[in-house]
Write a protein that binds this ligand. Structure first.
Ligand SMILES: Cc1ncc(COP(=O)(O)O)c(C=O)c1O
Length: 435
């Protein structure tokens, strides 16, 4: 355990001196199964020599070059993205250094697009709760994540919010028909109330990440949302920072439904943890409007860093060559089925949910009424702590009223043995914390 003054508020954090495959190793050499892929990042696993080699090569050959210029690694990444990953409908790309910067860029692009077309009053972004979009002031303000805003409330601008579809707690009932239509109507009502000429975009995660714990919306939700946005001239921004690049068993989360965003935002898995990188991908209409209006899409100094582009090009190539998106789907189904068998009827487990290898278990005091534990009980934090004692790193999630959520997002290369270890360790941790 660490004795250094780290992080900002010092806490007893593990010291990791090596990572390899699906494991982290602490200073004593003890292996920790990385069931969270870090912060749901390490999609191809740790320590891949071929990625390390490409990063070294790019650093040696083109250490730093201003982001708008072209380098071999930038060219390679664009080629891979266009060939294997992005839909033709999203040809414009802007690369940043992470998720928050990317969401912020997406929001700015939406405002610029409308201003460029002569509708500068379309400046409102509608977001959802629960959600998480980042830690800059704008992206925090847009996040339906009370816990991460504490003490900042007075600085954060207010944005209209509609509820994230949450089948477990849907007021219509968990299995009700028309659930997606009901949640989509909330967006339609919000737009009508604000006036459609004032709304720039709707910002949402296709499958909610750790804030809600891998919440999958009902199947009629996204097609209806697309209709609502189209009817009102509102752009649809999909935040795929957590779900993008195979995490949910499809290249992108939105592809589980018949819907395409106007702006797609990525981060985390894009470079798989080998370097900081985020990407924003926009439609031709958006790119062309901003270009014709001669507006600036300013870069961040470290955006599209050559080493990060090299890492991403190689990570994305590995995903394709090793068929890892399909593996995420298959292993995710096995992990979810195993969790349901082992924990599905546990008196304190409200639900096991998610898609692909973005999965979560929601813990409650009472399974029938869904009454949560007290916040001060810190249930999810203690479960994560117990997991770590047993050598497995789970990711704590949840916020506000729905706070006790344990997320899983391991590298796509996990095998059946790892799946078994995750299930048994989580069961043990839950038994200890919620006897
Ligand atoms: C859906 C989503 N959007 C945005 C972010 C912010 O990304 P970053 O932490 O790289 O700034 C995150 C991070 O967890 C996320 O999960």
């Amino acid at each position: 355990m660490s004795d250094v003054n780290w992080p900002f508020i010092p806490a007893d954090m593990p010291e990791i001196t090596r990572t390899e495959g699906v494991f982290l190793f602490d200073a004593a050499g003890r292996p920790i199964l990385d069931a969270a892929g870090g912060a749901i990042v390490a999609n191809v696993g740790h320590g891949r020599e071929r990625v390390v080699a490409r990063v070294a090569e790019a650093t040696r050959d083109t250490t730093y070059v201003v982001p708008p210029w072209i380098t071999p690694s930038r060219r390679a990444l664009v080629e891979v993205l266009e060939r294997d990953w992005l839909p033709e409908s999203l040809p414009h790309m802007h690369l940043t250094s992470g998720g928050s910067e990317s969401v912020e860029t997406a929001v700015k692009l939406a405002a610029q697009f409308h201003a460029a077309r002569g509708e500068p009053d379309r400046s409102i972004i509608i977001a959802r709760s629960p959600s998480y979009h980042g830690t800059t002031l704008t992206t925090a303000a847009l996040s339906g994540h009370a816990a991460r805003k504490r003490g900042l409330e007075s600085m954060l601008g207010s944005h209209p919010v509609v509820p994230t579809p949450y089948p477990l707690r849907c007021p219509l009932g968990r299995e009700s028909d028309g659930m997606g239509a009901w949640y989509a109507q909330a967006l339609e009502d919000a737009i009508s109330e604000l006036g459609s000429g004032r709304v720039a975009a709707f910002l949402a995660e296709p499958i909610t990440g750790s804030s809600g714990g891998a919440i999958v919306p009902p199947d009629d939700y996204w097609p209806r949302i697309r209709e609502v946005c189209d009817r009102h001239g509102v752009l649809l921004i999909m935040d795929e920072v957590m779900t993008g690049f195979g995490r949910t068993g499809r290249p992108f989360g939105y592809q589980h439904w018949d819907v395409t965003p106007d702006i797609l935002v990525s981060g985390k898995g894009l470079a798989g943890g080998y370097a900081p990188l985020g990407g924003v991908f926009a439609s031709a209409a958006i790119g062309e409007a901003i270009r014709h209006a001669r507006m600036n899409v300013m870069f961040h100094t470290f955006g599209a860093h050559p080493a990060a582009c090299a890492a991403a090009a190689e990570v994305l190539t590995i995903l394709t060559e090793e068929n890892l998106v399909e593996r995420a789907r298959v292993m995710g189904e096995r992990l979810k089925a195993g969790l349901i068998t082992r924990l599905g009827q546990h008196p304190h487990v409200a639900e096991v949910r998610g898609r692909g290898l973005l999965l979560a278990v929601e813990i409650v005091r009472d399974r029938a009424s869904l009454e949560p534990y007290e916040e001060s009980d810190n249930i999810a934090g203690r479960i994560v702590g117990e997991g770590l004692k047993e050598g497995v790193f789970f990711y704590g999630g949840g916020t506000g009223e729905f706070r006790d959520i344990v997320c899983m997002g391991p590298p796509f290369i996990i095998d059946d043995g790892h799946v078994e270890t995750m299930i048994e360790t989580l069961a043990t941790a839950i038994e200890r914390v919620c006897p």
